[in-house]
Ligand binder design. Structure first.
Ligand SMILES: Nc1ncnc2c1ncn2[C@@H]1O[C@H](COP(=O)(O)OP(=O)(O)OP(=O)(O)O)[C@@H](O)[C@H]1O
Ligand SMILES: [Mg+2]
Length: 184
C-alpha cells in the first residue's frame, strides 16, 4: 500500500499536467476532527461534466476515456476504504477542485509518509506553476508559497535549483514539525 504522501502526489501531478499556473494544496491532520483532509485546487484546463462522471465512477466505463490512468481511482478507493470521501468539482477552461478526507483512526489509513520530500518532488516539476501549500493541525498552521520564495530569490536564481529545493524541503519539514507541537 502506498503511503498518503505518494497518493497525494498523484492528485497534484494531475493538476500539474493540466497546465495550471496556480495550484493550492491543503493538508489538515486533525485529531479533534478525527480526519486527515486533503484538498487541491488548480486553475488548469478542467474537465467536462461527462468526463468528470467517469472519473469519479472509474470502474464503470473508464476504459472508454483513458488508457491506463488509475491515479484518481486508487485514491477514491483508499478514501472509501478509510471511511472518508473523495469529491471532484471541475469546469472546462476554469480549473479543478479535489476535496478528500480519511477517518484518521480507521485501521486502513496508510502512514502519512514523507510530505516534505513529496513537495520537493512536486516543485522539481513546476516550471511556471506557482504552488501554495498549507499544513494544518489542531495546534498550528504552516503556509508556504512559491510566489514568496521567488520574490526573495529574484530573477537570477530558479526555484528548481537543487540547493533551493533542499532548503525548501527543510523549511517545509520544520513547519510541519512545529504544527505537530515539535514532535518529529
Ligand atoms: N486536475 C485535473 N485537471 C484536468 N484534468 C484532470 C485533472 N485530474 C485528472 N484529470 C483528467 O483525468 C484523467 C484521469 O486521471 P488519473 O489520475 O485517474 O489518471 P492519469 O493521470 O490519466 O494516469 P495516472 O495517474 O495513472 O498516471 C487524466 O488523464 C486527466 O485527463
Ligand atoms: Mg494521474
Amino acid at each position: 500500500m502506498q503511503d498518503l504522501a505518494m497518493q497525494f502526489s498523484e492528485i497534484i501531478v494531475n493538476s500539474l499536467n493540466a497546465e495550471s499556473n496556480l495550484i493550492t494544496i491543503k493538508i489538515e491532520d486533525s485529531d479533534k476532527k478525527d480526519k486527515i483532509i486533503f484538498e487541491v485546487k488548480d486553475n488548469g484546463r478542467g474537465m467536462s461534466k461527462q468526463f468528470l462522471e467517469k472519473l469519479t465512477d472509474p470502474f464503470q466505463s473508464s476504459r472508454k476515456i483513458r488508457k491506463i490512468g488509475l491515479g484518481t481511482a486508487f485514491f477514491k478507493e483508499m478514501c472509501d476504504l478509510c471511511e472518508g470521501e473523495f469529491k471532484v468539482e471541475s469546469e472546462l477552461g476554469v480549473g479543478t477542485k479535489v476535496f478528500s478526507y480519511v477517518k484518521k483512526t480507521n485501521i486502513d489509513v496508510p502512514p502519512m509518509g514523507n510530505i516534505p520530500d513529496m513537495m520537493m518532488a512536486m516543485l522539481t516539476n513546476t516550471k511556471e506553476t506557482d504552488i501554495e501549500f498549507t499544513y494544518k493541525t489542531d495546534i498550528d498552521t504552516f503556509f508556504f508559497s512559491t510566489k514568496e520564495i521567488k520574490k526573495i530569490l529574484g530573477k537570477d536564481v530558479k526555484i528548481t535549483n537543487p540547493d533551493i529545493l533542499v532548503w525548501i524541503r527543510d523549511y517545509i519539514s520544520d513547519g510541519i514539525t512545529k504544527c505537530k507541537g515539535g514532535r518529529l
